[in-house]
Design a binder for this molecule. Structure first.
Ligand SMILES: [Zn+2]
Length: 72
């Protein structure tokens, strides 16, 4: 019985963490007319000049987080 409750609690906690991470990511990635990875001028609604930059940026962020450094 408590096992199910424990799992539900864990699930809720996880959802909250994911939501917070998502909001934080959105806040960081405000589009400012430049690619977030290579600083190329791009259309204002965009965050990266192409998918390679997006992928490289995400890899870089993941690597930084693995190294225990906060990016923001
Ligand atoms: Zn770029």
């Amino acid at each position: 019985m408590s096992d199910i409750a424990d799992r539900a609690g864990w699930r809720i906690e996880k959802d909250i963490q994911n939501a917070r991470a998502y909001v934080r990511k959105q806040a960081i990635l405000e589009s400012d007319g430049r690619c977030h990875f290579c600083d190329e001028l791009i259309a204002h609604a965009l965050q990266f000049c192409n998918v390679d930059c997006r992928d490289d940026y995400e890899k870089q962020q993941a690597a930084l987080q693995r190294a225990g450094r906060r990016v923001d």
